[in-house]
Design a protein around this ligand. Structure first.
Ligand code: MN
Length: 153
């Protein structure tokens, strides 16, 4: 992807929006594996080989349940919610840090009737996420905390 060099200074314009940063609501239909989430690419730095994105879910929204070879480094920037990494499910809040290692299933959910936003650092060169098969989903749900998280209970 060819992205023009961003200006050196891009002030914040309103809460969790920045000058010269496109706000990209994810397309969704009934079968989409995510809900009410938007993406903003804050940095696409070829010199560093990484991107820093800001994702935000509306209340009760969630990110895609996925896994992949590339890792994520995450800081919660807004609100509270729940996060699953592998078999671990934790409540998360503003400024908490979350590491998502290679091949761990992961998902964020805005469970507290408020938006949940997080910064996510990622390699520019990265593999495509995988979605769970029916069997993989059933296997994940063998862990009670994971089942409660995925079922939104
Ligand atoms: Mn991911």
């Amino acid at each position: 992807m060819d992205i023009e060099q961003a200006p050196n200074f891009r002030p914040v314009t309103e809460d969790f929006r920045w000058e010269a940063v496109a706000h990209q609501p994810y397309k969704q239909d009934g079968s989409a594996p995510f809900k009410d989430i938007s993406r903003q690419v804050l940095f696409h730095e070829d010199a560093l080989g990484c991107e820093l994105r800001y994702f935000e879910m509306d209340a009760n929204g969630y990110s895609t349940l996925e896994r992949h070879e590339h890792a994520h480094a995450v800081m919660i920037l807004r609100g509270r919610g729940d996060c699953m990494v592998g078999e671990e499910v934790r409540a998360v809040k503003q400024f908490d840090l979350v590491s998502i290692p290679a091949w761990k299933w992961h998902q964020f959910r805005a469970t507290q009737n408020e938006p949940l936003g997080f910064l996510c650092m990622v390699n520019i060169q990265r593999d495509r996420p995988q979605l769970p098969s029916v069997d993989e989903l059933a296997a994940m749900k063998q862990v009670p905390a994971v089942r409660r998280f995925l079922d939104g209970a």
